[in-house]
Design a protein around this ligand. Structure first.
Ligand code: ADP
Ligand code: MG
Length: 327
């Protein structure tokens, strides 16, 4: 199984002119590599906080609240999980199911960890697709969750890291930290400008060439999430199968896109939208931007190396690779 971790996808260049010294930490959590760069002496246990949130929303931890939802038709969850689920359901509806938090019944059929991975059978996909659909979960605006059937399963893989990134930023602000960055796989959170007032230069990974970059985005705050077909995938009988599923078909979304980066001021939204835009394809993604349902900016990279940006990101994004063409 080939598996490239997102920690190498996004690189933040730190400038030495700052008088604040930053401390870097890297560890494995949330099924990916986490790296943080925070002012030295920051007395905030971000790693412990990330692990506590993971315990709440992990789909593989049998004791998590998400497992409770997946194993019961009716249950009660914490306010944090209830509001994340409500937001995930809202995004599922507004993206017309391109992002669908109830894709668990089909996403669980795809095993990207196996040493001998192979696609599930058409029959299994067809059968399980019946249980995919955001209308299959009802929340009461408080902490109760009810499912249309116990075969409806939720998957927060496309929104959880962005949500946790945002919770970490809130916690840092509460503790007086106003500069730094956090990278949770393909999700970057920028806490505030650098001490010298400059933004952070975030490099966007080349989807085709490992360890190379496409360009830079200057971020002064907010969240950047990247979804791509190179992140988690396997090849079987000459076909490539990646981990972003089209909830309408149950199969990996196949279109002209190789990766989508979404920039916005909400971490969960950035994460969910990068997944959704990838499923929508280039035209669908650009139309969704124009529809103005959510405020965000995006960089879409196609399989033939064309780079499309939304209107509001042009002054922040700079192409640095000769292997790509700005459209
Ligand atoms: P990553 O998790 O690598 O950062 P994404 O944010 O694009 O990448 O999320 C992909 C994950 O989200 C998958 O591993 C799966 O758990 C879940 N997922 C896949 N397709 C969808 C979809 N269309 N809607 C919601 N969640 C999805
Ligand atoms: Mg995502």
């Amino acid at each position: 199984m080939k598996r490239f971790f997102c920690v190498v996808f996004l690189t933040v260049f730190l400038f030495t002119s700052c008088t604040v010294t930053y401390e870097s930490n890297t560890y494995f959590a949330l099924d990916t590599f986490i790296s943080t760069n925070l002012p030295s002496g920051t007395a905030v246990d971000i790693e412990g906080y990330i692990r506590s949130l993971e315990a709440l929303i992990s789909k593989t931890d049998k004791n998590s609240e998400i497992s409770r939802i997946n194993e019961n038709v009716r249950c009660t969850v914490s306010h944090d999980v209830a509001s994340l689920l409500s937001f995930a359901l809202e995004i599922s509806e507004k993206t017309n199911g391109a992002f669908d938090v109830t894709c668990g019944a089909v996403s669980s059929l795809w095993d990207f960890r196996s040493d001998t991975p192979r696609p599930p059978s058409h029959e299994d996909i067809k059968k399980n697709l019946q249980n995919v659909g955001y209308y299959g979960i009802i929340t009461d605006g408080d902490t109760s969750v009810e499912k249309a059937s116990n075969d409806v399963k939720i998957d927060l893989g496309g929104i959880g890291k962005g949500y946790i990134a945002e919770k970490c930023v809130d916690r840092l602000h509460e503790n007086g930290v106003d500069s730094g960055f956090i990278s949770l796989g393909g999700n970057i959170a920028v806490v505030g400008k650098k001490e010298n007032g400059d933004g952070w230069n975030v490099a966007l990974r080349d989807p085709f060439r490992q360890n190379e970059t496409v360009g830079n985005i200057v971020m002064e705050s907010g969240y950047l999430s990247v979804s791509g077909d190179y992140e988690r995938y396997f090849e079987y009988e000459g076909e490539k199968y990646h981990h972003i599923i089209d909830p309408k078909t149950g199969y990996p979304a196949v279109n002209e896109l190789a990766s989508v980066a979404v920039l916005c001021d909400n971490g969960a939204l950035a994460d969910a939208l990068s997944t959704a835009l990838f499923v929508m394809g280039l035209d669908g993604a650009m139309q969704f931007y124009k529809d103005g349902i959510y405020t965000f900016e995006a960089v879409c990279i196609t399989k033939n190396g064309d780079v499309y940006t939304t209107d509001g990101i042009n002054e922040k994004f700079k192409l640095t690779s000769e292997n790509f063409i700005m459209k």
